[in-house]
Write a protein of this length. Structure first.
Length: 320
């Protein structure tokens, strides 16, 4: 029998300022979080990003540090020194590798907020690493796209000390909901939500591309919008395709974590496995979304696919 848990109310306590914070991974999400915090951003921010170890990407990442006025570090241990709150924001496949070197550098007064989109099992493993040094580990799930102009950011958190760090996260611009004291609960919700969100993106793309190739897209769209009158399918399909074209690689990695989560619950993973193929394939397509209509964008994608070496794979090529 699986244990159930109840979602607590949103945090409504006084917000607490964080004076020093660190980011492990300084990509789009980390930069957006700093922008959203605005005047409430910590006084001192340090960061480490693995791209500084690659000569091809180092200069661009160093420029990111300068733009956002953060103290760039060339190793993660240096970045977290003195930080009250440490955010881990890397790709799902790097979530464990990013935190492993930190274990000896952490102290009892630090909170590690793991915002990575990982399966609960990965979060639980990371919690053991962090808590073995006395630091507090927070399983965090960002529940909406992070954009520089979006505020507040819905954040589900769980962990033994989740209620203690919540006021600091609130101050930084998060709309915090403490799920439970159990690491894995917040990420479980995120993974199952992602099965729907990213699966729907793949399904919409598959349907619309096929409809345009067959020359029947207007009829398919008209029929679907009659069944779902609140659905602006033309607009939604463009948005879904843009998300996959722009972030397909990262989203396919997250879907692998979704598959892992579903398998742990003894749920068939065939639909999420198929979605992985679509997200991977769309990430390989060199098409930019720039105010095209759905028809124009679909034709661009189809034309690019026709000249690509690798077709869409069926989900029987994947292992879960």
């Amino acid at each position: 029998m699986l244990q159930s848990f109840s979602v607590k109310q949103h945090i409504r306590v006084s917000k607490v300022k964080t004076t020093r914070a660190a980011f492990i991974g300084f990509g789009e999400a980390a930069q957006a979080l700093i922008s959203i915090a605005g005047d409430n951003a910590p006084d001192v921010i340090s960061a480490f990003d693995i791209k500084t170890r690659d000569e091809a990407t180092r200069e661009a990442k160093l420029m990111d540090y300068i733009q956002f006025q953060v103290n760039g570090a060339f190793n993660p241990e240096q970045a977290v020194c003195g930080a009250q709150v440490i955010f881990s924001l890397v790709t799902p496949d790097q979530a464990n590798l990013a935190l492993a070197p930190l274990s000896s550098a952490l102290t009892e007064k630090q909170f590690v907020v793991d915002c990575n989109s990982c399966a609960p099992a990965v979060k639980k493993h990371n919690a053991k690493l962090v808590e073995s040094q006395g630091a507090a580990y927070i399983d965090a799930a960002i529940m909406s796209p992070v954009k520089a102009n979006s505020k507040p950011i819905p954040l589900y958190i769980s962990g033994k000390k989740a209620t203690l760090v919540a006021p600091q996260l609130q101050y930084l611009g998060f709309d915090v909901t403490v799920i439970s004291e159990q690491v894995g609960d917040a990420s479980q919700i995120k993974m199952l939500r992602s099965a729907m969100v990213k699966g729907l993106e793949a399904l919409t793309t598959e349907c619309m591309l096929a409809a345009h190739r067959a020359g029947v897209a207007p009829y398919v769209i008209e029929s679907l919008e009659k069944n779902y009158p609140q659905l602006n399918l033309s607009q939604l399909a463009v948005y879904h395709m843009e998300r996959m074209l722009t972030h397909g690689k990262r989203r396919s990695e997250e879907l692998k974590s979704v598959v892992e989560t579903l398998a742990s619950l003894d749920i068939d993973t065939s639909m999420s496995s198929g979605a992985i193929n679509w997200h991977q394939r769309m990430s390989d397509i060199n098409v930019t979304v720039d105010n095209q209509t759905l028809e124009q964008l679909s034709n661009q994608i189809l034309n690019t696919m026709e000249h690509s070496a690798s077709p869409i794979q069926s989900n029987d090529t994947l292992t879960s």
